[in-house]
Design a protein around this ligand. Structure first.
Ligand code: FES
Length: 204
């Protein structure tokens, strides 16, 4: 069973901010998601550990990528957790690729995380800080995105870059890349591995 979400607010993921379709931030929210729309908050770990029955049943979340413009970000819910989706600009991709993984606390290249070619523009990460579970800021255009232009977790000061990799602060790991597939119809299916069995952004 799949949740369905799209930037125009259609689908089970809930509503979005009025007029967001033309702004640099899109936010799909429902229920508890409103809690982090205005700032960082601790993601209810118990919720993650003991998801509701309907959450367990909804093993995938589908998102229509077509309306998302370069530089825009949306947040959807998958298996009880927020997932950040961002259509990155060429400048952001170049910045992410220019980083030497040996310089990182949790070494990963951008390509290992999100693939290459047409796929690399799509960043898909679980939006839960790997320190103690806060929801980092950075999805809104007006948010503090930290020193590396990605996301900033104000709980204890963790900075993530535009690949979602931890660059500074106490968080030990990068924001996780969930399994996902991008179909020929430009639909993102979170929770479904690429047909080749690869993780995250690996090319199909
Ligand atoms: S929970 Fe994010 S820095 Fe501590």
């Amino acid at each position: 069973m799949a949740n369905s979400a799209s930037p125009d607010g259609a689908g089970a993921a809930g509503t979005h901010e009025e007029g967001a379709g033309r702004r640099d931030f899109l936010f799909l929210a429902g229920g508890a998601f409103g809690a982090f729309a205005t700032g960082a908050s601790l993601w209810p770990l118990l919720d993650s550990l003991n998801p509701a029955r309907d959450t367990l049943a909804a093993s995938t979340t589908e998102v229509d990528l077509a309306p998302i413009e370069q530089g825009q970000a949306i947040t959807v819910k998958w298996r009880g957790s927020p997932v950040f989706i961002r259509r990155r600009t060429q400048k952001e991709i170049a910045e992410a690729k220019a980083v030497d993984p040996d310089d990182l606390p949790d070494p990963q290249t951008d390509e290992q995380r999100f693939g290459s070619g047409a796929r690399e523009q799509w960043l898909v990460v679980v939006g839960v800080c790997t320190h103690l579970g806060c929801i980092p800021l950075g999805q809104k255009g007006t948010d503090n995105k930290g020193e590396y232009g990605g996301w900033f977790c104000p709980c204890h000061g963790s900075h993530y870059d535009i690949s979602g990799r931890i660059r500074k602060g106490p968080a030990p790991r990068n924001l996780p890349v969930p399994p996902y597939t991008i179909t020929a119809e430009n639909k993102l299916i979170i929770g479904k591995e690429q047909p080749d069995g690869g993780q995250g952004g690996k090319t199909a």
